[in-house]
Design a protein around this ligand. Structure first.
Ligand code: SAM
Length: 418
């Protein structure tokens, strides 16, 4: 198994395919194609294992196990029944199948899935006399089928739980970002661990915790198990080598995060002797509590992130002369006006935020992920870059603003924002 070339498909949030390709290439994979929402690649088993362990962008890693042309559901049955499922799992191992399609001529994906399931179950029964049960909640094995116009590909899941689940999320707060989308935003913004970072609408802390995790050098999958470990052809010695090659960092000692009332960040006072470089704040007490729990569960030194409960408009000082402000600001009803409740005040929120950016963060770069395409107009700032990204099914854009003094101000005459 060690040197045989295998084919894989790694799905990821749409918009991050190119970055995922670079990440996989750096692990030694040969990229075959970028698909809409994933990357097909080739490599030996160690590469597939390393992709699970190290990728911050992939949602999962699927091993390609069969491919064939089809015209109808009977062809799908034939492809499934001809596949050597007995190499990877005991016949009784419970099963879940998911199916996706692009330009498939078939009328019913449900029926297509049934026929693939029949093929797998019949194969198991023919070989061992036993048949797997279907378990959609905690399956022992997962199969993914993908149908194109004429071609069907079957994949065996090598990940188990989705890879964006790093194992630390205890509390979500109002639709948290997925960790792999947060990692993609950090890569797209060009963040490096020596750069000061601030998320002033941090919610449950996803961006800050992902950044601290990147800075720790610890592989994102270091503290979890993977589905490939349960396959019959699992090479435990190879997996031990892949893990040993990873830069493992011992989790830091736990310290309590201090929280004070409103006011500027003062890292030197809050954490004397620690060069804190990651800052996160949110107006909501509950959000900060969730972020604290998540940070503690991530087993990172909690002084890696300075967490504060703060209305963004009271942020009257940047935590450093230069840095990256990266955030996923509230949109629509989620904007908390911190007591400024009239409509006129709501209208002034984004211009006030823009003023804050221009005056307090004038040597910073800002990257804002939003589903609101008019955010630059609301801010009256011209973006230097816009990258389409999907937050689940929601189409978003990552707007980048270079806030160097006096530049890039949008000459908008929009009266409603005046
Ligand atoms: C879209 S959520 C951010 C979610 C976050 N990225 C996560 O992964 O959990 C927006 C956050 O903005 C916060 N917020 C709304 N108005 C605010 C304000 N005036 N000042 C600071 N935070 C505010 C909300 O409490 C909410 O947590």
């Amino acid at each position: 198994m060690t040197t045989t070339r295998l084919r894989f498909h790694a799905p990821c949030p749409r918009g991050l395919e190119a970055i995922l390709g670079l990440e996989l290439e750096a692990l030694g994979a040969t990229i075959l194609a970028q698909t809409g929402g994933g990357v097909r690649f080739e490599g030996d088993a160690a590469i597939g294992m390393a992709a699970n362990l190290h990728s911050r962008i992939a949602s999962r890693v699927l091993r390609e196990v069969a491919q064939g042309d089809y015209r109808d559901e009977n062809d799908l049955y034939r492809i499934a029944v001809d596949t050597g499922w007995e190499q990877w799992h005991e016949a009784l191992a419970s099963l879940r199948i998911d199916i996706t399609a692009q330009r498939s001529p078939l009328q019913s994906l449900h029926f297509a899935l049934q026929r693939i399931k029949d093929g797998i179950v019949d194969r198991c029964r023919q070989r061992s006399g036993e048949r797997p049960s279907i378990d959609t909640h905690r399956p022992a094995r997962r199969v993914f089928a993908h149908l194109e116009a004429q071609r069907c590909t079957l994949y065996l899941d090598w990940s188990g739980e989705a890879l964006f689940k790093r194992g630390w999320r205890r509390e979500g707060f109002e639709a948290p970002l997925k960790e792999n989308l947060a990692a993609g935003m950090l890569y797209l913004a060009g963040w490096t661990a020596d750069q000061v970072l601030l998320d002033p609408f941090c919610g449950s802390g996803t961006l800050a915790i992902e950044a601290a995790d990147i800075a720790s050098g610890r592989p994102p999958g270091a503290r979890r198990r993977f589905a490939f470990e349960r396959t019959l052809d699992f090479d435990a010695r190879l997996w031990a080598q892949v893990r040993a090659a990873a830069t493992a960092v011992k989790p830091g000692a736990q310290k309590h995060v201090t929280m004070r009332s409103d006011g500027p960040f003062k890292p030197a006072e809050d954490f004397p002797g620690t060069p804190a470089r990651i800052f996160a704040s949110d107006i909501s007490v509950a959000a900060i509590a969730a972020a604290q729990h998540n940070l503690a569960a991530a087993q990172l030194p909690t002084n890696a992130i300075v967490l504060r409960q703060l209305d963004v408009l009271n942020l009257d000082q940047a935590p450093a002369p230069q840095g990256l402000l990266i955030t996923n600001p509230p949109y629509g009803e989620r904007l908390d006006l911190g007591g400024r409740q009239s409509l006129a005040q709501a209208d002034r929120f984004w211009p006030s935020f823009a003023t804050l950016l221009k005056h307090r963060f004038n040597d910073w770069s800002a990257s804002l992920l939003t589903s609101d395409p008019s955010l630059p107009r609301r801010l009256r700032l011209a973006e230097s870059r816009r990258t389409p990204l999907f937050n689940g099914a929601i189409e978003c854009r990552l707007f980048r603003f270079d806030l160097y003094a006096g530049s890039r101000t949008r000459k908008s005459q929009d009266a409603s924002l005046a």
